[in-house]
Ligand binder design. Structure first.
Ligand code: ZN
Length: 124
């Protein structure tokens, strides 16, 4: 009886690990993060997009010494050259179609996929 219980525990741990690994592979999209400054300055760095949450992670770039003033737009490009616009408020999440309970809101163009982003706060 004791041997049987140990066997069950090993199997559960193993299948848990397999599931976690599989999820990491499908959720992270590799690509680049690009920011366009002052009309003509383009900064690109390797980045990853979490397709489940919309969060983009990349190495942080120090732009303080580069004499840049106006950030015009930011986007993530995946390995198939698909572009995803990045929120200009939090700079960490992509913009997505505003869909609430299955209905697309017609009066809003795109919203940030970060639920805590200031750009999603609706005026009272
Ligand atoms: Zn945002």
């Amino acid at each position: 009886m004791v041997r049987y219980l140990i066997y069950v525990n090993v199997v559960v741990t193993f299948s848990f690990n397999v599931r976690i690994t599989y999820k990491l592979i499908i959720m992270k999209l590799k690509g680049t993060f690009t920011s366009i400054w002052d009309g003509d300055t383009e900064i690109t760095t390797d980045a990853e997009l979490d397709t489940e949450t919309g969060e983009v992670t990349c190495e942080s770039i120090d732009v303080d010494d580069m004499d840049l003033e106006c950030l015009e737009r930011e986007f993530f490009t995946d390995e198939d050259d698909n572009e995803y616009r990045i929120c200009t408020t939090c700079h960490e999440y992509i913009l997505v179609d505003p869909i609430i309970e299955g209905e697309r809101l017609p009066e809003v163009e795109l919203v940030c996929s970060n639920p805590y982003c200031e750009s999603n706060w609706l005026p009272l």
